[in-house]
Design a protein around this ligand. Structure first.
Ligand SMILES: Cc1cc2nc3c(=O)[nH]c(=O)nc-3n(C[C@H](O)[C@H](O)[C@H](O)COP(=O)(O)OP(=O)(O)OC[C@H]3O[C@@H](n4cnc5c(N)ncnc54)[C@H](O)[C@@H]3O)c2cc1C
Length: 500
């Protein structure tokens, strides 16, 4: 049996939930959210490693329409963000629309009836509109090291932390020194007998200055929500100002000087300090914030190895220099594949072409949201929407507003479907790439997960976050082709006032 829904949303992370809530607030009832896991939360459900927390301050890293006065720290820990997402799901009564344990296996555009035919592990559906909040950092990445798969000790990736493995007194190897690793290394250091951190590139790390929030502040924000909104605006402004360090040499040099002073203050050993000094421009890779990573590396039970790993033999890691080290546990802190989203191989547009094919060699979209050849498909946190300096939730909300404009336009025009004109998509991306080609992310002397196999930056938005919102403020039908249907389709949106 096939169930029809006007709108199908994929994923119950910030993006999918945010979309569902906005539909709900407009009185839309005819939608579902497919989520393969058994609970909402996305990133914040899957990443449970010790020390996991956001690195954008929580008053900003949250939905604009659902401020949380009760954050216990400036940077909330993973369990608290997950609890926030669950509570927000309940508060906006999204649960009846959730289809948990429903993995989307295939979605195919049927041009004959102008519908998406969707196969999930929980049954078959059709939908007029498919909105994908599949997640930008969903696919854990391991380095290509001979023998890694046959490591004879215990091995797991930070995004799939194996809590059954007791690290107490063990010989632990960590590969990678990115955003996740710098959060869990200080925690692992306290348990491990011996911890060896394998570093390919030293990250730029700035002071975090995290602290618990006071009960007084929480009470104040509960009583006067406007104060928290002002705080959010302030944090947003500060984050936007940080963008200058990506574009202006003077500000970049200042950021680098702060990073170097932070390192000097925390690491006195000149050899270790030299190993930890980045060799590329700040901003080229994600700039990290931590106050406990450098101190953890100075502990007597920790070694930092900068020699590349050549191979894994049994339970030994062999470096290029021929040194062998034996371990009980191997932890991958090697991040995610951000340029080959798995969802692209299961979405098929006009003519049966998959999104993965359309995205060879580069993934691209119009406004990071719509893709030529894929009618009525909307992506949230799609290509070139990620930020190095501000909250992704802000970007997702801008895209959600844009999608609502597009759905309104569909309703007003009576069109069955919309897709971007290829030339419009190409022109938009040519302009983005021109900016990116001159940017620190491409010219800064590093390789990073922002870049695809060809060295093109297909993940980051190259401007301030507010510019993204401004660009998407209006839906411009001139950039789109419309598909007519013999009968006027039922409306997708209900006017908020009519819904009450
Ligand atoms: C450890 C970590 C820390 C981070 N910290 C920050 C931060 O401080 N600030 C910031 O701006 N960003 C941060 N990010 C980026 C983060 O990914 C985003 O901020 C945000 O959580 C993304 O939300 P999302 O809903 O787009 O994706 P996700 O949270 O990844 O949710 C995607 C959902 O889609 C589901 N899904 C995917 N494919 C399918 C399928 N085929 N069928 C059914 N369901 C499917 C997944 O199970 C998942 O629940 C962090 C990322 C990580 C990994």
């Amino acid at each position: 049996m096939t169930t029809h829904m006007e709108i199908a949303i994929l994923g119950a992370g910030f993006a999918g939930l945010g979309m569902a809530i906005q539909l709900k607030r407009r009185g839309v009832r005819d939608f579902v959210v497919f989520e393969r896991a058994s609970e909402v939360g996305g990133t914040w459900r899957d990443n449970t490693y010790p020390g996991c927390a956001c690195d954008i301050k929580s008053d900003l890293y949250s939905f604009s329409f659902a401020p949380n006065p009760d954050w216990t720290h400036k940077y909330a820990r993973q369990p608290e963000i997950l609890a926030y997402l669950k509570a927000t799901t309940d508060r906006f009564e999204v649960r009846p629309h959730l289809r948990l344990g429903h993995e989307m296996q295939r979605a195919e555009w049927d041009a004959g009836v102008a519908l998406w035919r969707i196969q999930t592990s929980g049954g078959e559906y059709t939908a007029r509109v498919l909105i994908s909040g599949h997640g930008p950092l969903i696919q854990p990445k391991w380095p290509d090291i001979p023998g890694l798969n046959s490591f004879q000790g215990q091995k797991f990736h930070s995004a799939r932390w194996d809590h059954s493995v007791d690290l107490t007194g063990r010989r632990v190897a960590v590969i990678g020194t990115g955003a996740s690793a710098i959060q869990f290394v200080p925690e692992v250091q306290q348990l491990a007998g011996q911890l060896t951190v394998f570093q390919r590139t030293a990250p730029w790390i700035m002071p975090r200055m995290d602290h618990p929030t006071s009960e007084g502040r929480r009470r104040l924000f509960r009583r006067f929500p406007l104060l928290q909104r002002l705080q959010r605006q302030w944090l947003f402004g500060v984050a936007e100002a940080r963008f200058l360090s990506f574009t202006h040499e003077r500000f970049r040099a200042a950021a680098e000087s702060i990073g170097r002073r932070h390192l000097e203050a925390q690491v006195s050993d000149p050899t270790l300090r030299a190993q930890l000094t980045p060799t590329y421009r700040a901003g080229c890779k994600r700039i990290l914030v931590s106050d406990d990573y450098y101190p953890a590396l100075t502990q007597p039970n920790v070694d930092l190895v900068t020699d590349a790993i050549r191979e894994v033999r049994g339970n030994r890691l062999v470096t290029q220099g021929g040194q062998e080290r034996e371990f009980d546990v191997l932890i991958g802190g090697t991040g995610f594949d951000a340029t080959h989203p798995p969802v692209a191989s299961i979405i098929f547009g006009t003519g049966g072409r998959s999104l993965a094919q359309a995205w060879r060699p580069h993934m691209e979209a119009l406004h990071g949201t719509t893709v030529a050849g894929f009618p009525n498909l909307f992506l949230i946190v799609g290509p070139n929407t990620a930020l190095g300096h501000n909250s992704i939730v802000y970007i997702a909300e801008a895209q959600i507003a844009y999608i609502l404009h597009a759905l309104s336009y569909l309703d007003a025009s009576g069109l069955a479907a919309l897709e971007p004109i290829p030339q419009a998509q190409a022109a938009y991306n040519a302009a983005l790439q021109e900016k990116l080609a001159r940017s620190v992310w491409v010219q800064g002397g590093c390789t990073s997960y922002y870049l695809d196999d060809t060295g093109r930056n297909s993940t980051l938005w190259p401007e301030r976050a507010s510019r993204f919102r401004r660009t998407l403020r209006r839906f411009n039908p001139a950039l789109y082709w419309g598909l007519l249907s013999p009968e006027r389709p039922p409306p997708l949106l209900t006017h908020p006032r009519a819904a009450k």
